[in-house]
Design a protein around this ligand. Sequence first.
Ligand code: Z15
Length: 833
Amino acid sequence: VEASIPEPQRAAWKKFTPKPFSTPEEFERETVRHIETTLARSLYNCDEFATYAGTALAFRDRLILDWNRTQQNQTFTDQKRVYYLSLEFLMGRALDNAMLNVGMKDVATKGLTELGFRIEDIVDQEHDAALGNGGLGRLAACFLDSLASLNYPAWGYGLRYRYGIFKQEIIDGYQVEVPDYWLDFNPWEFARHDIIVDIQFYGNVSKYQDDDGKTTSVWDGGEIVQAVAYDVPIPGYQTATTNNLRLWASKAASGEFDFQKFNSGEYESSVADQQRAETISAVLYPNDNLDRGKELRLKQQYFWCAASLFDIVRRFKKTKRAWKDFPNQVAIQLNDTHPTLAIPELQRILIDQEGLDWDEAWGIVSKTFGYTNHTVLPEALEKWSVPLFQHLLPRHLQIIYDINLNFLQYVERRFPKEREMLGRVSIIEESSPKMVRMAYLAVIGSHKVNGVAELHSDLIKTTIFKDFVRIYGPDKFTNVTNGITPRRWLHQANPRLSELIASKLGGYDFLKDLTLLHKIEAYVDDKDFRKEFREIKYANKVRLAKHIKQTTGVTVNPAALFDVQVKRIHEYKRQQLNIFGVIHRYLAIKAMSAEERKKLAPRVSIFGGKAAPGYWMAKTVIHLINQVGKVINADKDVGDLLKVIFLEDYNVSKAEIIAPASDISEHISTAGTEASGTSNMKFCLNGGLIIGTCDGANIEITREIGENNIFLFGNLAEDVDDLRHSHLYGTYSLDPSLAAVFEAIQSNLFGDATAFSALVNGIVAHGDYYLVSDDFASYCKTQELIDEAYRNQEEWVTKAITTVARMGFFSSDRCIDEYAEVIWNIEPLAPKV
Ligand code: Z15
């Protein structure tokens, strides 16, 4: 309050409140001013990067004004907010998105042209914000876009990694990881050096009993690291709402301690302490769908949860409300189990610092949290060793034990005849060492648990959380099928398609209500519409072909069928099935007569994706793809009939080029393993068809777009267990076409075959866990159906248009509205203008 401008002076202040630009001239003035003053450059010294920087700063000014107003309005109104806790936010670029969201891209295009630049080149200067691995991190980014666009009062909380996901280089066919230092110039963040939270690690807990027998626990000793807030504005589409993403950076606690070290000449060790503290937020762990149990990762998780909870609780306390009001004011969503420590942390704050009794505190905690599960893969479920926990977070371990004790006592009362259930559902796994099962803690500490697609939400109820459904009843478990933001994944990535749709629908309302897309189905037989639709797809393929030429040197024919699989490289996603299919096709072509070859649709098989640095099998798959590409692309006899491309360094900005340019994309995980998938939605929304298994959101996509418009194949989730069992204990017979593929590999056709023996042996000798052989015939057959369908271009376009028209359900806006209603119980807040 003391910091605000006194009433009599406010008129002067308001007179000088900056006004946002609205014409190309005003935009140019702001941009040139930033280049000349903020950046200290001149017209003799202004390259595309400087122009990007100036443009970004001009747009940033606009965002800040809305951001400040949004935050003031949210504070003043003080209605319930949602906090989305995610260790990953895979944001990609911000400038293009900001231009489109504030409706000023045309203005910027004109202004930049007048200054002598092409807007595409300027937008292309920006470094992706790549603070995530894959689907989970990109989902968080789409959610932020929808939360702001729908005017929900919402904050994201994450970590400000100095290094995002590594940059991938392909050298001699192998993946090489290069660090992604992205903070050289980042105009989108604001360091809040006044918002610092002390975070404690290690130390000891002592108990005291006061006169009326109440015990208090005191956690002391250990070390303190500071969390500094960095804020990123998140603009909504065509609304003044601009939400906040707060990312925490770690730094050494400054104070007595280093002062003494400096003065006693221990300069070096003082600097070393500083570096150790900064290590916490230094780097994003590059594993997708894998838990490696590293101490530094647990430190990251606690550091981020503790800073975020402190911030949330401080904000709540300013309102002077009673504690019982906390869950009415605050909803916290846990993006996977990574932020599960927030549960014992809030309990700790309430009982150890705020003096609430256990039951009252636990009532508040368990009404506040919601938990989203994103995987059933056992290797991805987080477990922390009890000794590690004890060492790093002794007080939290005690609290977890108490949570567990109360929970198990409750289970025992409810199911007195099922003592063996206690061991199964205990938060502590009785292994050696003992482990803390984070998913169970997340279930027990949340009021709702959701999966991310229907099949996945059913699976978690019948597998990993089966006992918990009996304990809590089925209503605690729900489904919220994932979605994607149509602003980035249609309007920004595919402006011509967006414009075509707008021309028929009489404007861009569909970008705020994607179900309106159904209206374009009326144009499915309209000759001009179809022609335009095809031309757009072709132009997008030409653009990708240019990118392929520039980055790989390979010439691809844009008239060929573009078959794309871009996603993290993982055995369960089965890029190996795809590349084996490519080899099968190659062998078939080699055996074909000239007549037969004429009937075949030329194809380009495009792969992209990163392998976790320690994931050898995934790296082998990348190597195989590159080796196969090298042989096939050089085979004159095959020519345009088949090309194989591995696109280096797949990321969000590349996805924006790739998604609009596919004819077919592949979503071919072993049934029951891919929780949802979200790139399947991106491709369909851009008029690409898909080949897929009955897995994740493919199932709901099929329901929406119709079976005739998707190429499904393979075994069903319900049959996977039996098949795996039969591989190990029955008579296993390899699919004959796959055997031929393996023979080709073993003949050293794609270089030294020993490089691929682990990959082949995993299938022929070690149980084929991912059912590659079982699904191979069905996969190849379906690929032939695709060839046939592609030959009939008229039917193909009909399928593609119908698909786009029926994708309305998969907007992240629908998804966020479901979370808001079913899980968070929050309402939108209209922006003050
Ligand atoms: C990740 O990207 C996903 C799940 C995880 O458990 C981790 Cl650690 C990372 C993905 C799923 O694999 C994908 O199917 C889903 O669409 C995405 O999360 C968003 O829910």
